[in-house]
Design a protein. Structure first.
Length: 305
């Protein structure tokens, strides 16, 4: 079966989903997106979409910031996604990419007076970062944008130039991932992940006001740490030097899952190995997202009936 895309309100084979070179979103970044994982569970012979409705709720919020109208509710977009993945017939891990965008083929920087579009496609997607071995990070020379520049709580396409600058700088300097600071010098997040530290047995993560995307994996980890391990999370400003002195550090994201950080700015995190709490959360998160934990099946939407 060929992979399909949902484009202009219908399902079409992916290669047929094409758009014109004058499309507004391409020129001005006037679009927003999501990344949703479908995790194959070989025991159940089932593909589970993880927290699908939550991703679409966030897409609706991002679209609101950009004055993009989406003619579907979060639940309706979940149903479209199930149909899309089913038609494509995947029986392996997949990644779903919905994009809401300014579709007019028209010049002029603005958000108003333009047509809106939505497309969704599904693709296979391997590991994003090395979550087995742990990764090496650097603090980026690029700062995160402020809320009144381009709001980072929206998953806005144009904003991701900031993330791309940071990621490429990190990779070209020999690191796996960048950690961005806010304009006032507090730790914000990775180029595609939220960040957590372990300090004296509890978790610390930048607050919602530190220019972060409100990660769904972040929320999941906070919940699992508290409910399953009795470990609390402090959401607050985080200083750069706390990164160097933490007992453990990990990044969270739909693509990154729970990825341990073993080195930051050429300083070992803890002993330079994957920490105990990080390992535990990695295991818990993996079970939950793959539909192996009966307690959290409300987060897993089965694709096949
Ligand atoms: N921050 C940024 C900048 C991201 O791109 C992502 C990935 N969506 C995240 C955090 C993590 O969000 P989530 O856990 O919802 O994937």
């Amino acid at each position: 079966m060929p992979p399909y895309a949902f484009y202009n309100k219908e399902f079409v084979p992916l290669p047929e989903a094409q758009m014109g070179i004058m499309t507004h979103a391409l020129h001005y970044g006037t679009a927003c997106f999501e990344g949703i994982r479908g995790n194959w569970n070989s025991r159940d012979k089932q593909l589970y979409l993880f927290r699908c409705a939550d991703h679409y709720k966030r897409l609706l919020n991002s679209a609101k910031l950009l004055k993009i109208g989406i003619p579907y509710s979060a639940d309706e977009m979940c149903d479209i996604t199930i149909d899309l993945v089913r038609r494509s017939g995947y029986r392996e891990d997949v990644y779903i990419r919905p994009v809401a965008y300014k579709s007019s083929e028209m010049l002029g920087v603005r958000l108003h007076g333009l047509q809106d579009g939505l497309f969704i496609f599904v693709t296979t997607f391997g590991p994003y970062l090395d979550s087995e071995k742990g990764i090496r990070c650097c603090v980026s020379s690029w700062r995160r944008l402020d809320d009144n520049m381009i709001p980072p709580r929206g998953k806005i396409c144009g904003l991701y130039v900031n993330n791309a600058l940071a990621k490429t700088e990190a990779n070209e300097n020999g690191f796996d991932e960048a950690i961005l600071l806010t304009s006032d010098g507090h730790v914000s997040e990775g180029s595609g992940e939220n960040i957590f530290l372990v300090q004296n047995g509890h978790l610390v993560t930048p607050s919602t006001h530190d220019r972060i995307l409100l990660g769904i994996t972040r929320d999941t980890v906070i919940h699992l740490a508290s409910q399953e391990l009795g470990v609390g999370t402090e959401e607050r400003h985080m200083d750069r030097s706390e990164l160097y002195l933490a007992d453990e550090c990990f990044l969270t994201g739909t693509a990154a899952h729970v990825t341990p950080v073993v080195e930051i700015d050429r300083r070992k995190v803890g002993e330079g190995n994957i920490g105990k709490l990080t390992k535990e959360l990695q295991r818990l998160y993996f079970d939950v997202e793959c539909g192996m934990s009966t307690k959290y099946m409300q987060w897993c939407t089965p694709v096949y009936s």
